[in-house]
Design a protein around this ligand. Structure first.
Ligand code: PRP
Ligand code: URA
Ligand code: MG
Length: 243
């Protein structure tokens, strides 16, 4: 009978791994009130597993990274302010709904952050996108600013700041300082990030506690090269095929 049927997606084994991940994230959510971590569903973890696998080739890496980024951006949009908006439906009735209330723009941290622009323009038609070029010096791991081009009225917009990797936090702190120099209020910065190391979260929130961070996964830590572990490797290299 129908009552005896358990869909494969509800079998316990799948949910064990989800529960472990949820416990880890919930401690960090408590520590940082402005941290949002995506629900660790089996589907999300399956996609993360594919991009973490060192055997995954470029085409598949891009396909699954894009799918996760799309979900992540939808999640980040939940952090924007809404107002009440009333419309009349085709049945001639009034519906009290909500509407976006603020203007937004994207800012990608070149180069890896550019991988997130496609997902952003797919859900926010015509969005303006600024760029900040920051590279970690591969010897010293220090973040260096090379170039920046931002929408002129950026100080009047909410900013979705895009970078898939948060390792030591040096790069994103540099990017945030550039936004602040252009008049952006910290409360209006939403950092959209795929994988974060606890060290990076600590670094960013200790300097900029008012920004929001939305991420898909939080990892164990950093290795001696300041790479996230277990991590994904060099995201930019894998996404753009330069490894
Ligand atoms: C990566 C990544 C971040 C940064 C994270 O960029 O995209 O910007 O490192 O490290 P951090 O938190 O320790 O600063 P990378 O410098 O490798 O440049 P890329 O985008 O060209 O790969
Ligand atoms: N940048 C990456 O692409 N990966 C890391 O693990 C750290 C920085
Ligand atoms: Mg890189």
């Amino acid at each position: 009978a129908a009552s005896g049927y358990t869909p494969a997606s509800r079998r316990d084994t799948r949910y064990d791994c989800v529960a472990t991940e949820e416990r880890k994230c919930s401690a960090l959510r408590k520590k940082y009130p402005n941290l949002r971590v995506m629900n660790q569903t089996a589907q999300l973890r399956a996609m993360l597993t594919i991009i973490r696998d060192r055997e995954t080739r470029k085409e598949e890496f891009v396909f699954y990274a894009d799918r996760i980024i799309r979900l992540l951006i939808e999640e980040a949009l939940n952090e924007l302010p809404f107002t009440i908006k009333t419309v009349t439906t085709p049945t001639d009735l009034v519906y009290e709904g909500v509407g976006f209330s603020e203007r937004i723009c994207g800012v990608s941290v070149v180069r890896a952050g550019e991988s997130m622009e496609k997902g952003l323009t797919a859900v926010c038609r015509g969005i303006r996108i600024g760029k900040i070029l920051i590279q970690r010096d591969e010897e010293t791991t220090e973040a260096v600013l090379f170039y920046c081009k931002l929408p002129r009225d950026i100080n009047e917009r909410f900013v979705l700041l895009l970078d898939p990797m948060l390792a030591s936090g040096g790069s994103i702190c540099k990017a945030i300082s550039v936004l602040v120099d252009h008049g952006v209020a910290l409360e209006k910065i939403i950092f959209v990030n795929l994988v974060a190391a606890p060290e990076g979260l600590q670094q960013v929130f200790s300097i900029y506690p008012k920004i929001k961070i939305v991420c898909a996964a939080i990892d164990e830590g950093l290795n001696e090269m300041k790479f996230i572990v277990p991590g994904i490797g060099d995201f930019g290299d894998r996404y753009f095929g330069t490894n």
